[in-house]
Ligand binder design. Sequence first.
Ligand code: FMN
Length: 182
Amino acid sequence: MKKVGVLVGSLRKESFSKKLAQNVAMLFPEGYELEMVEIGNIPFYNQDFDDEDNLPAEIGEFRNKIAELDAFLLITPEYNRSVPAVLKNALDTASRPMTDNKWSGKPAAIISQSPGGLGGFGANQHLRQTLTCLNVPVLQQPEAYIGNVATLLNENGEITNEGTVEFLTKFVNKFVDLIEKY
Ligand SMILES: Cc1cc2nc3c(=O)[nH]c(=O)nc-3n(C[C@H](O)[C@H](O)[C@H](O)COP(=O)(O)O)c2cc1C
């Protein structure tokens, strides 16, 4: 069984990213277990936590969770053309101590979304930059920029647009191919 952690870059109750995540999680084949990883309770990372061996419990728990997962699906909005702070904080937190980067070598895929037309391109690209630094093999193609997201979901949070479901199914299959290589 492969365990894929889903990290969502929005804490909003009615988040489009969360709704997309729930839809995409259902597209994985048998043999895959998807887990929504909580990132909203992690304190802002402070290097003193590690230097002074004084880790808040939530940080230790989050690092342990990342250590036990095999791959990561990151689904995020764009905040001011970049990655929302809550998601960047999660990435930074499990990247330290430097000798024990918990992300290293584990494959990941990125889906960015926006109610606007650009589909979170800036956040998606900035995430790729950080994941390269963390030694994470990122799914290169297809890239997933989900624009006009509000028009794609019904009142139950289900994706109603057939083309989008088809695209996301292909996306998941390619991600699974990548995971199987590691
Ligand atoms: C602080 C902030 C900055 C934002 N910046 C952008 C942006 O750069 N590009 C964009 O397309 N949408 C931007 N938005 C709009 C978000 O895409 C929109 O609020 C979206 O619904 C957030 O995702 P969520 O539904 O998962 O919470 C911004 C929203 C906030 C709150």
